[in-house]
Design a protein around this ligand. Structure first.
Ligand code: SF4
Length: 503
């Protein structure tokens, strides 16, 4: 592997604990994950801790799980549980915490999926850290290092007492668990290890803001990361300067980078360096349609980007208003004008179907929107990329229903036909996979055995369906009213209500 560490760690002293930080996926994806890389760095730089990364397709120097004190996972997607099982199986570690003995490593979890609704996975973890990892990871691992000789049960109890953002599923006390959510981003979160084989090869990624003030009612990112925090301009520039000493590829990351109060200055700084002769390649996460600036697009074009993405979500203004998107058609057209006039002729538009209150008119409005855009920009390479609405815990839409698979498939077939006719390319999510994602996003602990069964039966769609039927037959699910093969809707979301979002 061709890697370059962008930090130093003093490992002259023998370690007191050994930690494996596992990414639930392959190496190239893990090395592109800013969250994973930064959690690893936080652990790797603690005195007395030896840390190593592991991926589903990589080897480690660790031969036996008894040589490891903690294995950590960060869950970003509901279906990550399959990779977690794969890694646990590799080390012959029982999946459920209750089946693991004193010698087994502690299994630690974090990340957005577990912060939102840890319950379907709760039985697999000894401890879960809720919310931002920034202020949480180091104190937790220092505490484990300093108390490593305690029996496992006692250590977990102490962790539960000491940190309000640590959730110990085996204890599940009455206590409310709050997220560790710092009011300010302490420092720039940026790439810590450059890798040639990363999905974003040798790219230095800088998170310039976290959260989003728009609070669209379906958006987990906005609600889990509230309040929105923007990193200081000076810190961003210092970080970019540092990154550009090691690579010429940079990326700006954030839920809404265009909303950063200094985005034009940041882009202006990059443009100046390019104009002075530097070869810089820059990319950004998707742009918020209501605040795309000519400067941002100019910077992207000067840095070689040929396409960009905006999120529109719904076809009609009515539905956009209902989901709190608050984005007029005029604003969408203006954003597309700004992007095309400044040199980008390939635009991807994020759309959702199955949103609460969606009607036939809203679906027709998606096609109308495509027509209007194509009428104004005949040569524009335009793609509508669709996903279906999935209810997420801690959002205002958490108790809304996920539309049934047949309904979604019908809508996709219609959109495919109509949009293709007018020259708009279309990408659609899989309604079947979306369904299982919805089950996991609102389900509870009753899903533990189901998930193990799915993994043991190959983890494909067929396995999900047949294991589900088996579980229903033997009465595994107590309340099939919430989750059935036809409908995913939580009537009383008590399963995650013991987690309070701390603002
Ligand atoms: S604008 Fe985007 S990031 Fe912001 S709340 Fe809405 S969906 Fe989430």
């Amino acid at each position: 592997m061709s890697e370059k560490y962008l930090y130093s760690n003093d490992k002259s002293q023998p370690p007191k604990i050994n930690v494996l930080m596992a990414f639930p996926g392959i190496y190239s994806f893990g090395m592109a994950s800013l969250g994973f890389l930064n959690v690893f760095k936080m652990i790797d730089t603690i005195e007395g801790v030896y840390a190593e990364r592991v991926f589903t397709d990589s080897k480690t120097t660790v031969v036996h799980s008894k040589d490891v004190d903690v294995i950590g996972f960060s869950m970003s997607f509901e279906l990550d549980f399959m990779s977690i099982f794969k890694i646990l199986e590799k080390f012959k570690i029982p999946f459920k915490a209750a089946d693991r003995d004193e010698n087994a490593p502690l299994i630690y979890g974090g990340g957005p999926v577990l912060s939102s609704n840890p319950e379907p996975y709760a039985e697999f973890f000894d401890l879960i850290s809720l919310g931002d990892g920034c202020g949480a990871v180091q104190p937790i691992f220092e505490f484990i290092r300093d108390n490593r000789d305690l029996p496992k049960k006692e250590l977990l109890k102490k962790l539960d007492e000491k940190f309000d953002f640590v959730y110990i599923p085996s204890l599940k006390t009455e206590k409310t668990v709050v997220k560790c959510n710092k009011a300010e981003l302490p420092n720039c979160l940026a790439t810590t290890i450059l890798s040639e084989e990363s999905f974003f090869s040798n790219t230095y990624v800088v998170e310039i803001e976290r959260g989003c003030p728009k609070k669209c009612k379906f958006c987990q990112t906005s609600y889990l990361n509230h309040p929105v925090r923007y990193l200081d301009y000076d810190k961003i520039i210092a970080s970019l300067d540092f990154g550009l000493k090691h690579t010429n590829k940079i990326a700006l990351l954030g839920a809404a980078i265009c909303a950063h109060p200094n985005i034009d200055d940041i882009c202006g700084y990059i443009i100046k360096r390019v104009d002075e002769g530097e070869n810089i390649e820059m990319s950004v996460s998707s742009l918020r349609a209501d605040c795309v600036s000519p400067k941002t697009v100019e910077a992207l074009v000067k840095c070689g980007q040929k396409s960009t993405t905006i999120a529109v979500e719904a076809g009609s203004e009515r539905l956009r208003k209902h989901i709190n998107k608050d984005l007029s058609d005029e604003a969408v057209f203006k954003a597309i004008d700004t992007i095309t006039q400044n040199g980008i002729n390939n635009i991807k538009v994020y759309m959702m179907i199955g949103l609460p209150t969606e009607t036939k008119e809203d679906i027709l409005a998606i096609v109308e929107l495509g027509k209007e855009i194509k009428k104004k920009h005949k040569t524009l390479d335009l793609t509508f990329s669709f996903s279906s609405f999935i209810p997420k815990a801690h959002t205002p839409f958490e108790t809304e229903e996920h539309e049934d698979i047949k309904g979604l498939e019908k809508k996709y077939a219609y959109l495919q036909k109509e949009l293709t006719k007018i020259g708009v390319k279309i990408r659609c999510s899989s309604p079947k996979w979306d369904f299982w994602q919805a089950v996991l996003s609102v389900g509870g602990r009753e899903l533990s055995d189901f998930l193990i069964g799915v993994y043991e039966n190959g983890g494909n769609l067929g396995a999900f369906k047949s294991v589900w039927s088996d579980c229903v037959k033997i009465g595994k699910f107590k309340d099939e009213g919430n989750l059935s093969l036809k409908k995913v809707k939580v009537n009383s979301p008590d399963v995650w209500k013991f987690i309070k979002i701390y603002n």
